[in-house]
Design a protein around this ligand. Structure first.
Ligand code: ZN
Length: 194
């Protein structure tokens, strides 16, 4: 396997694989999140973790990395933006899976998908009705793909053009892996907040 190119986080100064860090870019003297890595101009990289963000913003590592005087964003605001960008990415992966016919949505469809051995990962809604997860785990008969609790039933429904959806299962390994990479990133980012 080819070694992934690395980028040094300007907070902890440790080189990381490119997909483990997030890009920020300088625009008109300000620093903005460039989660999709589409913005032109000078950029720098950060681990998506509060400790690294705090260090980078506090000691003006941004100006040094960008080789120009820039103003660090507000730390709280930046973390909120970053969390939103991660949620948005998960949303688009979910929509993509639905369009590709690789998403089982709703209790019966997910149960059926488990029975057919197709489930690669499960997302439960935060407001899932009591006992639903237990029934699905029962149907899975010992198979335990990665799972996370994100979004409300109405948010998940909106992503795939339905009303309330309490659970979805990904039937594609690549898409599921991408979703759980983002979900883990979100969890790491938010957990230090509590
Ligand atoms: Zn770091």
């Amino acid at each position: 396997m080819a070694r992934q190119s690395e980028r040094t986080c300007i907070g902890c100064r440790v080189p990381r694989p490119k997909d483990a860090v997030v890009r920020v870019a300088a625009a008109a003297g300000r620093v903005v999140l460039d989660y999709r890595e589409k913005l032109p101009g000078r950029g720098a990289y950060l681990c998506p973790e509060q400790g690294c963000i705090r260090k980078a913003f506090a000691r003006d590592a941004l100006s040094k990395a960008m080789r120009m005087k820039v103003q660090a964003p507000d730390e709280r605001e930046f973390i909120t933006f970053l969390a939103d960008a991660i949620r948005q990415k998960i949303r688009s992966l979910l929509t993509m899976a639905a369009k590709a016919g690789k998403l089982a949505a709703g209790y019966s469809a997910v149960k059926d998908s488990f029975e057919k051995g197709r489930v690669e990962g499960v997302l439960y809604a935060v407001d899932l009705s009591d006992g639903t997860r237990e029934k699905i785990v029962d149907a899975a008969r010992g198979v335990s793909p990665p799972e996370a609790k994100l979004f409300t039933r109405s948010e998940m429904g909106a992503m795939i053009g339905r009303e309330l959806v309490g659970v979805v299962a990904f039937e594609d390994r690549g898409l599921s892996d991408a979703v759980f990479r983002e979900a883990k990133r979100l969890k790491n980012l938010i957990k230090q907040d509590e």
